[in-house]
Design a protein around this ligand. Structure first.
Ligand SMILES: NC(=O)c1ccc[n+]([C@@H]2O[C@H](COP(=O)([O-])OP(=O)(O)OC[C@H]3O[C@@H](n4cnc5c(N)ncnc54)[C@H](O)[C@@H]3O)[C@@H](O)[C@H]2O)c1
Ligand SMILES: N[C@H](CO)Cc1c[nH]c[nH+]1
Ligand SMILES: [Zn+2]
Length: 404
């Protein structure tokens, strides 16, 4: 797969819009003449959305805003020695590219998860790419959420070609400094390849995963619903139950089969269930070891003492506590971000947050008092690294200060 992805990236890098348009015809089966979404299309899209959906999107945006605005960095000035002051300032990344998946479902909720923190961070240019439908349109809710959250430009491009276009720039799609957003295995591979040299990325956020960690107190109807909620994302999604109760496991198995039949996306979900597992463990210790080793993107803890269990989680993307906290809450509207590391990457990466959209610049200011105290140590270290130019930059200042 990486070879195919590399080929697409190279062609987009060399041929720009022409290659993106060709790949849109190949992979999304759509014949486009332009990639950018016009103002008229955005307005027409907005008029197609029901008032109920607008209200729900506005509610979700408000919660996501509240949660991410509370993550604002407050840089403290630290006097490391008298007269030597150091501090950090957070600055938004100027140009960011958001990828919104659209292959199997139009994920307009992901627009909020990425554009809301980008806006709070102060990113100036927020570009969005998403695959169009076969008639060349973009789902109206994607357009509505994008406008609401402050996206500057929207383009009809999906998959590898979209990632390559944002990484290198084309005639119409601007080059950005960092690319964000989840996607299927092709999108994730493309993000990893372009990030080797040319652009930053948030993290590998691939096919969705959920683990439910449950004991005998859990409700099998809820557990089955949670497993299926992620299985329906794609045939490569994973839904895992880890439980200390054989009785619960059997009840969940029956419930999954029953609820699956009622799901419109039962074909996708049943393929995902083939990569999924119900695992019986001997005790909570074994459950915790297994969970921390799996490092699930999402973890739902439905046990009697879920707060104690949660204290012992060290590897997971986002955790949902108790029987009334389904993953769907975090996927849409509780306020936390749903763009999260998959495939074990939660051991090393955090999900998207306000921090993902900023850099911290360090500052320092030294007074003559500070230079007198710190200067000799710098001179000594520079001389021993045999870097006399460095030493001299301090010496000339100390000479001037000592003359005063
Ligand atoms: N980890 C997270 O935070 C998170 C959040 C939301 C969604 N997701 C996941 O995002 C994924 C979305 O996937 P999707 O497929 O629906 O949409 P997508 O937009 O990621 O992928 C669609 C694109 O894939 C490309 N493609 C398809 N087949 C190809 C091929 N054979 N070769 C090259 N390119 C090809 C096409 O260009 C198409 O535009 C799901 O797996 C979902 O679970 C993850
Ligand atoms: N569960 C996905 C994250 O892995 C996010 C999502 C969007 N819409 C519904 N769910
Ligand atoms: Zn989901």
């Amino acid at each position: 797969m990486f070879d195919t992805v590399r080929l697409i990236i190279d062609k987009v890098k060399a041929e720009g819009d022409k290659a993106v348009l060709e790949y849109e015809a190949t992979f999304d089966k759509v014949n486009l003449s332009v990639l950018s979404v016009s103002e008229e299309e955005i307005l027409a899209g907005e008029s197609q959305i029901s008032e109920q959906l607008k209200t729900a999107i506005i509610l979700a945006k408000k919660n996501i805003e509240l949660f991410h605005a509370a993550q604002q960095f407050v840089g403290k000035k630290i006097e490391t020695m008298p007269g030597v002051t150091c501090w950090q300032k957070a600055v938004g990344i100027e140009k960011v590219g958001l990828y919104i998946p659209g292959g199997t479902a139009p994920l307009f909720s992901t627009v909020l998860m990425l554009a809301v923190p980008a806006k709070i961070a102060g990113c100036k240019e927020i570009v969005l790419c998403t695959p169009p439908a076969k008639d060349g349109s973009i789902h109206p809710a994607i357009l509505f959420a994008a406008r609401l959250a402050g996206v500057n430009k929207i383009f009809k491009a999906g998959g590898v070609q979209a990632i390559a276009a944002m990484a290198y720039g084309t005639e119409s799609i601007p080059k950005v400094y960092k690319i964000f957003g989840p996607g299927n295995q092709y999108v994730t591979a493309a993000k990893q390849l372009v990030s080797l040299r040319d652009v930053a990325i948030d993290m590998p956020a691939g096919p969705s995963e959920v683990e439910v960690l449950a004991d005998a107190s859990a409700n099998p109807v809820f557990v089955a619903a949670d497993l299926l909620s992620q299985a329906e994302h794609g045939s490569d999604s994973q839904a895992v139950l880890v439980t200390t109760s054989e009785k619960l496991m059997e009840a969940v198995q029956i419930e999954v089969e029953r609820q699956l039949m009622e799901l419109p996306r039962k074909d996708i979900a049943s393929q995902a269930l083939e990569n999924s597992k119900l695992i019986l463990v001997k005790d909570m210790e074994e459950a915790l070891d297994l969970t921390n080793e799996y490092a699930p993107e999402h973890l739902i803890i439905e046990t009697e003492n879920y707060q104690e269990v949660a204290e012992r989680i060290i590897n997971a993307g986002s955790v949902f506590l108790g029987s009334l906290s389904p993953e769907s809450a975090g996927d849409y509207a509780s306020g936390t971000n749903h763009t999260l590391p998959t495939n074990g990457y939660a051991k090393a990466y955090s999900g998207v947050s306000l921090d993902s959209f900023i850099r911290k610049i360090t500052f320092q200011e030294i007074t003559s008092e500070g230079m007198k105290t710190i200067g000799p140590a710098i001179e000594e270290m520079a001389a021993n690294e045999q870097l006399d130019g460095h030493k001299n930059a301090v010496t000339v200042r100390l000479q001037m200060i000592n003359k005063q």
